[in-house]
Write a protein that binds this ligand. Structure first.
Ligand code: SR1
Ligand code: MG
Length: 435
């Protein structure tokens, strides 16, 4: 077959190679703007692979004048190995999402300095002072800017990419631009919405203490109905451009800055999935915290801050989202001509409140799904994994599963975010049978 007749995807595949240190040095030396940013001669640059995520290579490169972060997608899932292939195109979607998020929520995502689609490579500014938020939470650190920043990110990226803000044509172009990212969506569909509730080879949990709960979750039809509702929503509701993997490992923080990274799972999906992800990861930080105590009660101030943050994430998100809706509703949904006069304005405001109530219910459900997958599924998190004493870890996890089950099956009984934090507080003192 002539090269002209081969698909562009095949040709891109040919140009791909996994970059090792020497290769990467040569590649970067050939990019004048990047080389100038690093400074000095290429031989003097330090290059360290630091990726600790589940999918990709991440290099930190430092020179005499500055640093960069380089992310390269591997053609397989790093966590599992070559037996689980994964399209390199996720790097294109990550680049697209970073670019779009930078327009929608300026200063809350890292600057992209360079992108090479065939190499599945993105070069970004180095966030030198920031750390992965999850690591900070495990250490018991509080982040004063976090709630304000993450709710600005959520409200702006979700509202401004939705039908409330853009024309139907623009929205459909957006959906189309991300529609090819279905392999990453499929990971979520399997690992979050299906596997934890059935026997799946890659599931794991803290045995033997959680064996009975894992078995009960596999038999629990109320739970299966609830997770299936959420899965259908995830599959069929292109409400907005969502990050798609907004856990605390995808957020980098300092005392006075918050940056959202790693949007390779981005697509047009349900807004509650992103908001729920943030809340779920804070709830897990809260319920894992007692497992990291050095002396009884030494993390109480941190735990109080986390619960405040959970409440702040919803209330500030809702306030900012509604303010955008009242001030920047330029989309095709809710045409102004249908809501004229005082009576029209009042009905529209009532509609906004109903919309937020529906979104809150979905957020509670998605949040529960994100908790359960981290305890019974393939991909766990260090909030729990770093609790060395396995039985103590299982106690924290059992409490989280108890809370998550209630949030998923009985989402409607959580009328406000205060109901969620109250239930989290109560479950923190609950002792499972095996404790
Ligand atoms: C096989 S990938 C496992 C998980 O890592 C990513 O961060 C996503 O959360 C995904 O579900
Ligand atoms: Mg990631």
């Amino acid at each position: 077959m002539s090269s002209q007749r081969r698909s562009s995807a095949d040709q891109r595949q040919d140009q791909y190679r996994i970059l090792h240190e020497a290769d990467l040095r040569d590649y970067l030396a050939g990019l004048p703007a990047i080389a100038a940013r690093l400074g000095g001669v290429p031989d003097s640059w330090s290059i360290v692979e630091v990726g600790d995520g589940n999918l990709n290579l991440v290099f930190i490169v430092k020179g005499a004048s500055g640093g960069i972060a380089v992310k390269q997608a591997l053609p397989y899932v790093r966590l599992v190995g070559e037996s689980w292939p994964l399209p390199l195109s996720r790097s294109h979607y990550e680049y697209l999402a970073l670019t779009r998020q930078a327009q929608l929520a300026p200063a809350l995502v890292p600057d992209v300095l360079h992108h090479n689609e065939p190499l599945a490579l993105v070069v970004m500014e180095l966030l030198e002072r920031h750390i992965i938020m999850r690591k900070g939470l495990v250490a018991g650190t509080t982040y004063p800017r976090f709630v304000d920043d993450i709710t600005t990110f959520l409200a702006r990226t979700l509202f401004l990419s939705s039908d409330l803000a853009v024309s139907a044509a623009e929205k459909k172009e957006g959906i189309a631009a991300f529609a090819g990212n279905h392999a990453l969506c499929k990971i979520t569909e399997d690992l979050i919405f299906t596997d934890p509730y059935r026997i799946a080879e890659q599931n794991r949990w803290t045995a033997p203490w959680l064996d009975a709960t894992a078995a009960a979750f596999r038999e629990d039809l109320d739970l299966h109905v609830a997770i299936s509702h959420l899965k259908l929503k995830f599959l069929s509701a292109p409400e907005a451009l969502i990050h798609g993997d907004l856990h605390t490992g995808s957020i980098m923080v300092t005392d006075n800055s918050t940056m959202v990274i790693d949007p390779e799972f981005a697509f047009y999906g349900p807004m509650g999935f992103d908001i729920g992800a943030v809340i779920a990861n804070l709830l897990m930080a809260y319920l894992a915290s007692s497992g990291h105590e050095r002396s009884p009660g030494d993390r109480r101030a941190f735990e109080a801050w986390v619960l405040e943050a959970v409440e702040g994430v919803w209330t500030e998100f809702a306030r900012k989202f509604l303010a955008l809706w009242r001030g920047e509703a330029k989309g095709d949904a809710y045409p102004v001509t249908l809501f004229e006069g005082e009576a029209g304005a009042a009905r529209l405001e009532a509609e906004r409140q109903r919309y937020m109530e529906r979104l809150f219910q979905e957020t509670v459900g998605f949040s529960a799904a994100k908790i359960i997958r981290r305890i019974l599924g393939l991909a766990h998190n260090i909030d729990f994994e770093l609790i060395e004493d396995a039985k103590r870890r299982a106690v924290c996890e059992a409490r989280s599963l108890r809370l998550a089950r209630a949030m998923m099956v009985d989402a409607a009984s959580f009328r406000s975010i205060g109901d969620v934090t109250k239930a989290a507080c109560q479950v923190r003192d609950w002792q499972p049978d095996f404790a």
